[in-house]
Design a protein around this ligand. Sequence first.
Ligand SMILES: Nc1nc2c(ncn2[C@@H]2O[C@H](COP(=O)(O)OP(=O)(O)OP(=O)(O)O)[C@@H](O)[C@H]2O)c(=O)[nH]1
Length: 619
Amino acid sequence: MNLNSKVTLLFAAVALGILVMLVAISLYAFRLFSINSSSAHVRTAAEVVRVHLTEAMIQGTIQHREQFLARLMEVQGLSVARVVRSPAVSQQFGDGLVRELPADEIERAVLADGRPRYELREVEGDTLFRGTIPFAATTEGTPNCLQCHNVPEGAVLGAVTMEMSITDLKERALLTVFGLVAVVALFTLLAVALVRRIMRPVGEAARDVEVAVQRALKGDFKSQISAYPDDEIGQIANDTNRLLSYLDGGLERITQRVSQLTGRSPLQDENKLEATIDMVNSLADASVFKQAIEEDETKAEIYDRFGQILSERFDVRSYSIYEASGAKQMMPIQVDGEAGAACRWCDPQILVRSEMCRAKRSGHPVDGLKQPGICYAFRPGDGQGHRHYCMPIIQSGSVGSVVQLVVPEQEAAHLIELTAFIHVYVREMAPVLEAKRLTETLRDSSLRDAMTGLNNRRFLEEYADTLIASARRRDISLAILVLDLDYFKVVNDTFGHDAGDAVLKALSGVLRQAVRASDMVIRFGGEEFLIVLQEATPEGAERVAENIRAAVEKLKVQVSGAVLQKTISIGLSMFPDDAETFWQAVKFADVALYRAKEQGRNRVVRFLPGMWEGHAESY
Ligand SMILES: Nc1nc2c(ncn2[C@@H]2O[C@H](COP(=O)(O)OP(=O)(O)OP(=O)(O)O)[C@@H](O)[C@H]2O)c(=O)[nH]1
C-alpha cells in the first residue's frame, strides 16, 4: 500500500471515529434534553392542576372538579392526564370520584413515598413520556394545605399523572443529528481530498526515489526524480538528483579509465558498477601478480605463476605457452601445466616454422572463440569441439612468447568474457619477461665466448659444483680433455689474426659435433679448449679424443688465399679416478697435454701419476 493510500485510510478511519462519537454524543444529549424538557413540562402542568384544584376548594367549587378532570384529558398532545387522591384525603373527605382512585402501581408508589416517577416507553412505534408528580401538604400560601387537610406537613395529598408523545421531538432530534453527520462527513471528504492532493507529490517523489535506488542497485545511476513539491521533500528529491548525477559521472569516469586499462567495457545489459568493480579487482590482482613475478628469479617461475592464475583464477585448464627461440623457432614452455611438455594443441610444425603460428606472425590476438577455424595450425586432436584463443606477448617490439588458451566449445562464451582480464595479466607480464630475458641474455653472454658460441671458463667455474655433485650422486666418472692446437701462432703470424679466428671457429664446430649433447665443450682460454665427457670410461674417452684429433687433422679451413690444415694435441685425465678434486683432474689433463706437446704434438696422452712428479713444482 502506498503512502497516499495509507494517509487516506488513516484520515478516513479518524473521521469515521469522530462521526460515530459525534452521533453517539448527539443522540445521548438529545435524549437527555428530551427527558429533562418533558419532565419540566409535566411538573409545570401538575403545578397548574394543583393550583386549579386548590383554587376550586377555596371558591367552594371543588364538587364540580369532575368536568375539569374530564377536560384535562382533552388537552392536545396528552394521551393520559389524571389526578388521583391519596388515602389520607380519602379518609378525611371520602373516596371521591372513581377516576380519582390510583390506576396503577406507579401511582400507588408515588402516593406512598411522595417521590415523582418518570417513564419512557415505545408503544406501536410511538415514543411516550409519562410522569407522575405527587402533591405534598405544605404550610406555605394563604390559605395553606394544612388549614383544610388533617395531615402532617409533607404528607402526600394526591398525584398528577401525565403521558405525552415525544415522537415528533425524537424525529427532529434525529434529523438534526443526521444533518450534523452529513456536514461533518462532507468536511471530512474535503479534508481527505485536500490531504491526498498534498500527499500525491510526496508519494510520487518517494516512488521515483525507490525506482532510482532499484536502478542504482543495478549499477545505473542515470535516474532522476521528476515529481517533487517545493518543500522539504522537494529538497530531498533535489539532493538525491544531485547525488545520482555525481555518482553517475564518477562511475562513468572510473569505468572509462578502467576500460582503457583492461580493454573491456561493460555490456549493454550488464551491471555497470559490478562490471567496474570486477575490472578494478582484476587490475589490482594483476598488479599483485606483477609484484610477485618481478621478484621471481627466472622466466620459468613467471610462466609457472601465470599458469596457476590461468587454472585457478580463470579456470582455464588447457593452455600452452610458447617462446620464440631463434629467428624461426618456437619452444613449448608450458603445456597444460606441464613444463617442457610436447606441443599438444598445435601442429608441431610451428616449432620449426614459427610463421605458421598466426599469433606469432601477426603480433595480434587470434580469436578462435568467436571465429573457429581462423588458425590452420590449431589442432584440437581428440578434443574435437574445442576452441582456442592465442595472445602474443610482445617483447622489444616483436613477439617473444605466445599464450594459447583452449576450452571446450560450450565454455567459449564464458572465456570470451574473461579474455580482457587475461590480457591485463599478459600486459603486466610482458615487460617483466622482457627484463628477465635481458638479464638472462646478459648472464648468458658473460658465460659464453662470443666468437665460438661455446661456454667459457667462467661458466665451468660456476657450473663445476653442480657437475661434481651430479657425478657423485650418479656415481659416474668424468673424462676431462684439454686440447690445444699445434703451432697455432704460425697461423696468426702468417695469415693474420682473422685467419686464426676462422680456424678457432671451425675447430669449435668439430669439437661440438664430436661429443654428446650432455657433454660440455668449453673455450678454456686462447686457443686452448676443455671438454668434459659425462659417464665416461678411460677407454671411451681416449676413443673420443682420438676421433677429435683425427677430425682436426682432416679439417681444412679456407682463409684468404690458402687452405689451412692444423693438428691438435690432447691431454686426458679422469675424475675421480685420477684426482681427488675436479680441478686437480683439470690440472692433470693439462699436464698430459704438455706431455703430448713434448712427445711431438698431434696426439692424445692419457695422464699417468708419474707425469705429475716433474710438474708439481711448476703449478
Ligand atoms: N687468432 C687468434 N689467435 C689467438 C686467440 N687466442 C690465442 N691466440 C693465439 O694463439 C697463439 C698460441 O701460441 P702458443 O701458445 O705460443 O703456441 P703455439 O703456437 O700454438 O704452439 P704450441 O702450442 O706449442 O703447439 C698465440 O699466438 C695467441 O696469440 C684468438 O682468439 N684468436
